[in-house]
Design a protein around this ligand. Structure first.
Ligand SMILES: [Zn+2]
Length: 387
């Protein structure tokens, strides 16, 4: 073989290894027969690729699959957790840190309560907690990291352009995180990562056209999926639904404009009414359902009406099959009446509204961390035998 042919063959093999590992990762376990079908490769090539990935401790083969017709059962290829990625989500009231295994499985997690962390605080909390969590998993090693940031992030280099609620502007996050952890690190908008997680493992499984809206402690963001792929926009800022105008005469938003969705649909407003300081979404939802409804119903009604305006606009723009609501928006959805939920798109064009499913996120409070994990894994899975 010439050296050029050898290089080409090496590239093809790397691509095939990555494709197999990606399928094992997203399926959380797949038979060799399914791999053969999905990748259009022959059985012996799949056998060779799976053996290489098993040798490198990426996957195991287990014989728990049901028999398919006659012949030998096809062994199932499942992900191992020798390698982990670190996921970080700095927010207005806390820094969440997790270790995520292949298959989007959160193996360890810690929430550090802190008001308005700076970048330095976010990175040093991440470094300390990742160290603590990793020490509880001595047979695994952390190979990459990613942060889900509530703001505009330039995905090329992980620089936070503007996170209005945290007060971060033009600050590098991925680079100091990589230095602190000693592994490659990345950063992206939190809601886009939530969208990625719900698409890969949650309510959006198998969706081709989907919109995701995320309600976090510091506002609302989102993600758009077209043809099964996340739409990033020119600089990675597509889907900033929190700044859709729902009321031109409405309250001033953190961005300076009037009547943005997130200025009206305010988690902080409901928290203050309920007398809560640092609730997670489950605590907020429990407090809301236990509260005196005469105080909370008008707030829920006003916020749901604003959400209705935003969803009509989004549905009109995207023509989605599915709209997924995460975090605080899932709480608001649960608090609304059945009738409100049923008629949420009643004012959209009937041809667009017909058949759109609106569903709460399926991954609960792990969705942003699993999404950050997806970003980190994407950079590792592409070249499985690299290190
Ligand atoms: Zn705004």
């Amino acid at each position: 073989m010439t050296s050029r042919a050898a290089t080409d063959a090496g590239r093809v093999r790397q691509r095939n290894l990555a494709a197999v590992l990606q399928l094992v990762h997203h399926s959380r376990g797949v038979t060799r027969a399914d791999l053969t079908r999905a990748l259009g490769l022959n059985r012996s090539t799949i056998g060779d690729l799976v053996a290489a990935l098993a040798e490198a401790h990426w996957v195991d083969e287990v014989d728990d699959a049901p028999r398919e017709g006659v012949g030998r059962p096809s062994p199932r290829v499942v992900p191992r957790s020798d390698r982990l990625v670190a996921a970080i989500n700095p927010e207005l009231d806390a820094v969440d840190v997790a270790l995520v295994a292949l298959g989007g499985r959160v193996v360890a997690r810690q929430r550090v309560v802190i008001d308005s962390p700076t970048v330095d605080q976010g990175v040093s909390i991440a470094a300390r907690v990742v160290g603590e969590l990793a020490s509880e998993h001595p047979s695994s090693r952390v190979v990459a990291a990613a942060a889900a940031i509530p703001g505009l992030v330039r995905t090329d280099d992980g620089v936070v352009r503007f996170a209005p609620h945290l007060g971060w502007r033009e600050e590098a996050f991925a680079e100091p995180l990589a230095r602190a952890l000693g592994v490659p690190a990345f950063a992206a908008n939190d809601a886009q990562l939530g969208c990625r997680a719900e698409l890969a493992f949650g309510a959006g499984l198998g969706a081709r056209t989907m919109v995701y809206l995320n309600g976090g402690a510091s506002g609302i963001g989102g993600g758009i999926v077209m043809s099964g792929q996340l739409v990033e926009g020119r600089d990675g800022h597509a889907g900033e639904f929190g700044h859709l105008s729902v009321d031109p005469l409405g309250p001033v938003c953190a961005c300076g404009a009037h009547g943005c969705l997130e200025a009206v649909v305010s988690r902080a407003h409901l928290m203050a009414t309920l007398g809560l300081e640092h609730p997670d979404d489950a605590e907020l939802e429990a407090a809301l359902s236990a509260a005196d409804s005469s105080a909370t119903d008008p707030i829920v009604a006003t916020q749901f009406a604003a959400l209705r305006v935003a969803l009509r606009t989004i549905a009109t723009m995207v023509n989605p099959e599915l709209i997924v609501l995460g975090g605080y928006l899932a709480t608001l959805w649960a608090a609304a009446s059945t009738d409100d939920r049923r008629t949420v798109l009643a004012e959209a064009l009937p041809a667009i509204a017909a058949g759109v499913r609106v569903e709460p996120a399926a991954l609960g409070s792990s969705r942003l961390l699993i999404g950050a994990g997806e970003l980190a894994w994407a950079h590792v899975v592409g070249d499985p035998l690299a290190g």
